[in-house]
Ligand binder design. Structure first.
Ligand code: GPW
Length: 832
């Protein structure tokens, strides 16, 4: 006789006395969690215990909303956005969760009663560094906005055991430390071993004829790995919606090989296990460069296959055929890292569900959409066919089949323009053949987008021009945005309070409302508050700098800041050349008038990127000389803040006067730091690149410090032949600055240390620093004059911040929903 597990007819009451939101209940729950989960009382609790106890308390209050949201999605069989990304940089969870469920103030209150400061607890959290930079942070902003808009969505990715390395500086050089972020436990994730999936690798394929006499292929794999999902709640701001971030962790299929174990070789028995579990060990620390490592392709395929199987499992739970699959599912791929999903979905449909090729292809194209994030050719993923075929033999066959059909179509359109056909091909021919992932992504998607107006134009005209010619209707622009919850409300609480006092709380969901504050532009009280907030934020950062760098900086000096990954195209070195120029001028004329400035840099270099690491060393060497020089007299300070991450970013943006966005035009797809700075009232000095162009349009050209060649001028100059030496010969100040570096002035005892930087500039200067040097100096002169007039500066600062509504990721997500995903919000009732 079968035992039937019955669901008891008891409705769980939400917000009962266990999970109530009032201060007293919260306090009791906090003390309970400290005792029963952390096994500590207040006397012997560490700060980390207190952080954990508060996290459990908030998590309990998210769970009801999370469960109700997922129940609602299931019952209503909603259309879901599945966001596929190899990277997520969500930042610390505790503060965000508190703010979003409306518990920030109650928590602060009861902690004060117990003698603790909430912000001190929040500082205990190790942030999940599961991304490199802008791409991963964008994914996190998008998840936040989707939840806030109430749009059913799930983020799929990889649960790296080690995230982006921790950067330390020793003797001015970058060193990398492993990021053991899970060491003390992660209260925000819930393992879901019940949704385990298997992913196959290697082997070969075999053709066979099925009972209906149809040609079919099966994949005889060599090894397989298990994927366990770990779910993290993604709460919307003050809504009942809590979406899911589902990250996959790799496990060996068998704990170990019993035969080998029984024969006595324990080490060899567990070796296979270690090998499988390597897949999700560590994030590759490259930003905007592609490294053709086999393990990286394994990571990509692993998480994409897990996610697609998961999507199909959930779909089959409620459907008997595939007819409504494209109504219920849409998948966005964050750059080409998940593009293998196109071949994987074809394999699942054709080989496993035995769907006809043409129908499978229709479904696949309708489901997938592709966002491109770069124009740099070194960042475009191309896998050697040999490596690809060894790891994914069936997928290679499928890609060949897609390619044959696609090129047939292309020929019917373009005739035998073989040069064009060769460019369109998913395969790059040559002695070593490559699979071009961007081409696969374009062909397998119904929508393709860039991340800023200029970027999309350049994709259409240059990098993806042949695809644009073939299917222009697939292309659209979706300018990036950032979440005002994290980058205003959490990171700049004083500014947020000023906004709320004047506008109420609506601006937090509708950032465009900030423009109403233009009415207060000449209101003396408002301006005084504005200045005071910026002064306070700068004071806080100055304390941080004193504590971590031991450098004293003047809080009323101009805080001139460049923080982002270190990359030659972003031109940290151009800013440094300006620093050296000022230093050189002061040495010539110590009485010279200038606004005191604090130059702040932060950012990680890829561990294998020698030039970027030398730039970091050079910043430190210049800082050491300038900060100690009595002729400078403290009027210039140079600071490098180690280990730039989301948490540090949240401290830095609110304290900036000037935001440096100085990439070579045509190189930065969008940039998002530019938006975060401006939201905090920083003015931008920048080139006409990425989203800078649109920021300037929004804030008004009179409130933006523009300089530099345009993307067109960059192409034209390179086409007619660029000779950096011409600039060196004719610009005496540039020559002095370069000579100073080349002479070893900043590297006492090691005169040749920075030779590679000088040589790269003199020989090629690929990113046109010399060509933009003089106009950059001139523009900085205008910055200096504007800062000297503090009323003028304040006006510009206010106008920058309150005109940033367009750059909320809520607006970006609204556009994706309307134009690409064809989806919208779903209301979630509690106690419904
Ligand atoms: F190369 N971006 C990034 F396109 O942070 F894949 N890492 C990357 O590897 C790539 C792009 C990739 C950035 C862009 O550099 C930046 O301009 C953009 O704002 C950001 O992605 C989000 O779109």
């Amino acid at each position: 006789k079968k035992h039937v597990l019955r669901t008891p007819q008891v409705r769980v009451q939400v917000e009962d006395d266990r999970t109530g939101m009032d201060t007293e209940t919260l306090k009791r729950a906090f003390l309970d969690n400290l005792y029963y989960i952390q096994a500590k009382d207040l006397q012997n609790a560490t700060p980390y215990d207190l952080y954990m106890a508060l996290s459990w308390t908030v998590r309990d209050r998210l769970l009801q909303r999370w469960i109700h949201t997922q129940e609602t999605y299931l019952k209503q069989d909603v259309r879901s956005v599945c966001y596929f990304s190899a990277e997520y940089l969500p930042g610390r969870q505790l503060g965000n969760a508190l703010v979003n469920v409306g518990l920030y103030e109650p928590a602060r209150t009861f902690l004060r009663e117990l003698g603790f400061e909430l912000v001190d607890l929040m500082e205990q959290e190790n942030e999940p560094g599961l991304g490199n930079g802008g791409l991963g942070r964008l994914a996190a902003c998008f998840m936040d906005s989707l939840a806030t808009l109430g749009v059913p969505a799930i983020g799929y990715g990889i649960r790296y055991e080690f995230g982006i390395f921790a950067q330390t500086i020793q003797g001015g050089w970058q060193f990398e430390q492993p990021d053991r972020w899970l060491r003390y436990g992660n209260p925000w994730e819930i393992p879901r071993p019940e949704y385990l999936v298997e992913v196959k690798f290697g082997g070969h394929t075999e053709a066979y004829t099925d009972p209906q006499g149809r040609y079919r292929v099966s994949w005889v794999h060599e090894r397989s790995v298990l994927g366990t999902p770990y779910d993290t709640p993604v709460p919307g701001y003050r809504t009942n919606t809590v979406n899911t971030l589902r990250l996959w962790s790799a496990r060996a299929t068998e704990d170990f090989d019993f035969q080998v174990f029984n024969s006595g070789d324990f080490a060899r028995a567990v070796a296979g296990k270690t090998y499988s579990e390597n897949i999700t060990k560590v994030l590759y620390p490259n930003d905007n460069t592609y490294q053709g490592k086999e393990l990286r392709l394994e990571q990509q395929y692993f998480f994409v296959s897990c996610s697609l199987q998961d999507i199909l499992r959930r779909y089959w739970d409620h459907h008997v055929d595939l007819d409504s699959f494209t109504d219920k599912v849409t998948i966005q791929i964050n750059d080409t890292h998940p593009a293998i999903g196109i071949a994987e979905l074809m394999r699942l449909l054709v080989d496993e569900y035995l769907i006809e090729w043409d129908r499978a292809w229709q479904i696949t194209q309708k489901v997938f959409a592709y966002t491109n994030h770069t124009l740099l050719s070194e960042a475009l993923e191309r896998w050697p066919v040999s490596l690809f075929g060894r790891l994914l033999p069936r997928h290679l066959e499928i890609i060949y089949e897609i390619n044959e059909r696609f090129l047939h179509l292309a020929r019917s359109r373009f005739g035998n323009d073989e040069a064009r056909i060769a460019r369109l091909s998913l395969i790059q021919e040559g002695s070593e053949k490559y699979v071009r992932m961007a081409n696969l992504a374009c062909v397998g998607s119904h929508a393709i987008n860039g991340v800023a107006k200029l970027h999309t134009e350049l994709l259409e005209q240059d990098v993806l021009a042949d695809f644009y010619a073939l299917t222009p209707e697939k292309f659209s622009n979706k300018t990036n945005g950032v979440t005002p919850r994290r980058f205003v409300l959490l990171s700049n609480p004083k500014l947020a309070l000023l906004y709320t006092e004047r506008l109420g709380q609506e601006w937090i969901r509708d950032l465009a409302l900030l423009r109403k504050l233009e009415d207060h532009l000449h209101d003396a009280d408002f301006r005084a508050s504005w200045k005071q907030i910026k002064a306070d934020n700068k004071h806080d950062l100055a304390e941080y700098i004193l504590h971590f760098n031991g450098i004293e900086v003047a809080p009323d000096s101009l805080f001139d800041i460049q923080v982002k990954r270190v990359h030659e195209y972003k031109r940290q070195l151009l800013m440094l050349l300006y620093v050296i120029t000022l230093y050189h001028r002061l040495k010539q004329n110590p009485a010279m008038a200038l606004q005191p400035r604090t130059f702040i840099f932060a950012g990680k270099a890829a561990p294998g990127y020698t030039m970027a690491k030398l730039i970091i060393k050079c910043i430190h060497s210049v800082a050491a000389i300038i900060n100690a020089d009595p002729d400078v007299g403290g009027r210039l300070k140079v600071v490098f803040l180690a280990n730039f991450n989301v948490s540090l970013a949240q401290r830095i943006y609110p304290a900036a006067d000037l935001s440096e966005q100085i990439s070579t035009a045509g190189k930065e797809a969008s940039g998002t730091g530019n938006m975060k700075f401006a939201m905090g009232g920083a003015l931008t000095i920048g080139t006409l690149d990425g989203a800078n162009i649109e920021i300037r349009e929004q804030v008004g050209p009179e409130n933006f410090f523009l300089f530099g060649l345009t993307a067109q001028q960059v192409y034209a100059l390179k086409a007619r032949g660029y000779h950096p030496n011409d600039y060196y010969q004719t610009n005496t100040e540039l020559r002095s600055v370069i000579d100073l570096v080349a002479s070893g002035h900043f590297s006492p005892g090691r005169p040749d240390l920075f030779r590679p930087l000088v040589d790269a500039l003199m020989a090629r200067d690929e990113y046109l620093l010399f060509a933009d040097y003089q106009v950059y100096l001139d523009c900085q002169q205008q910055v200096d004059a504007a800062f000297a007039d503090s009323e003028r500066w304040t006006t510009m600062s206010i106008l920058n911040a309150v005109r940033m509504g367009y750059f909320s990721s809520d607006r970006s997500m609204g556009e994706y929903c309307r134009d690409i995903w064809k989806t919208g919000p779903v209301a979630v009732e509690l106690n419904g």
